[in-house]
Each structure stands twice: as C-alpha cells, then as structure tokens.
Ligand binder design. Structure first.
Ligand SMILES: [Zn+2]
Length: 116
C-alpha cells in the first residue's frame, strides 16, 4: 500500500488533519484504553501530519503518562494521540477517523500493551 495521503477528523470536525501514512503498518493494542476504544493506530512522525482544525482538545494521561491522548470535548472522539520516539514527536492517528478507510479491512500488528 505504501505511504498515501489521507484526510481525517473527529466526528464533529473540530479536529481535522491531513496525514501521510502507510496503512500496511498499523497497530492495534490490548491495553486498558485501546481495548475500550477498539481503534487501529497508525504511528507517523510529526512531519507527516498537517492539522487543519486543532481543537480545542481535552488531554488524558495514564500509565507512564508519556502519551498525550487528545479527544474532542464536543463529540468525544479521540482522532489522534501524541508521544515521543527517540526524542522526536510522533502522532498516533486513529485510523477509524480517516476518510474512505475501512480500518476493519486492515491487518494490524498487535501490541501487547496490557503487559506494561
Ligand atoms: Zn469533535
């Protein structure tokens, strides 16, 4: 599939972005948050994301508090989270929020987040 350009948003549109992502490289996770959300994630560098509408968002932190979960206070959808990898800011994009993408048709790599 390789890297393609996508648009995405929360349900109400207060958060909207464009992102370049390779949906062959997506993740799902069984941690206490991800299993509740049931989301599929695409991890991309900050440079791959252009925010079109950014909020306001409400931040939620848990566990080691290193991932900033940002959800829309109006519609409740978490379209992305941010974190850091090797000192670089990264985005975890909620693939369910991408236009024209059926996240259930993808083959996510399972992260054993429940083990941490
Ligand atoms: Zn919203």
């Amino acid at each position: 599939m390789a890297v393609q350009h996508y648009t995405g948003s929360c349900q109400c549109g207060a958060i909207a972005f464009e992102v370049d992502a390779d949906l062959d490289q997506v993740n799902a996770c069984n941690c206490s948050r991800c299993r509740r959300l049931g989301w599929v994630l695409a991890f991309v560098p900050e440079t791959a994301v252009t925010m079109v509408e950014d909020g306001p968002t409400t931040e939620y932190l848990f566990n080691k508090r290193q991932i900033s979960h940002r959800f829309c206070p109006t519609c409740g959808i978490e379209a992305y989270a941010t974190g850091a990898q090797n000192g670089q800011k990264i985005y975890a994009i909620n693939v369910n929020c991408l236009d024209g993408v059926d996240a259930r048709s993808l083959s996510p790599k399972m992260n054993d987040g429940a083990a941490y």
